[in-house]
Write a protein that binds this ligand. Sequence first.
Ligand code: SF4
Length: 292
Amino acid sequence: MIKYEGLIIRPPSEADSLIIQATIGCSDNGCTFCPAYKKKTFRIRDIKDIEKDLSYASRGASGTRRIFLADGDAAVIRNDTLIEILNLCRKYFPGINRVGIYASPKSLENKSAEELRALKSNGLGIIYLGVETGDDEVYRRIGKWGSPGKTAALCLKVKEAGIKLNTTVVLGLGGVARTKEHALNTAKLLNIIRPDHVAALTLMPVKGTRISEEIRAGIFQLPDDMGTVKELFRLITCMDDFRCLFFSNHASNYFPVNARFPKDKESVLEDLRKAISEGDRTGFRGERTRGL
Ligand code: SF4
């Protein structure tokens, strides 16, 4: 039996994937808003244990088409080991068509373009990266390694290697004070990266995170539902017309969007415009049904 360690987090689009923990926790684990892996001490799992999980899973899930290598940052694994793991995925699941991982910016910084191309040719199909914000000031405050400029360069490196890129941005991360800058500069960053997928989550402060302390201390003020929807409107308005799947249908979001841009962009903006101008919250997810 696969014994997962702690809470397993995976992207919504990996809901049907086989989840195999290649790492435990996140190698950064320092972002002020992120509660995801606070209870886990980061480590890379022994490849023998990873193989045991794959072997076990292959006996009952032979129809598996996608594998997601959890936890927070499988990109931190040395390239030769990661290639070995990708090969094991194919050995036990010859029919798979995609393996995905989360990556932290620092881990991507440590991978050369050549190494990324090698991962692609060994079956790595998609990388999920938390871009969070394009605003330098907001990025500095959330305590994540890197900067928006660095993120742009890393994302372009991933795309040039032919690996699909899913970027996550977080609505509300600039607070009330920097909502405009956060939306505008995040759109500018996305316009440079042009990722295949954009997932906009909404900040939900969790007890024990630094941002929730800042809220309690009155240093940080979270936009309300309409403020967050206005931020989403500004973000989409400022995005160029590049092709991507745009999602803000995660349980944390007030206004669910699941659209193909640029085709659906105008109708999404029209819905948002209507809700904002009429103060109409009927399409909003209520606080009680929001979650992480
Ligand atoms: S946001 Fe990502 S990089 Fe930051 S602590 Fe959470 S999982 Fe790790």
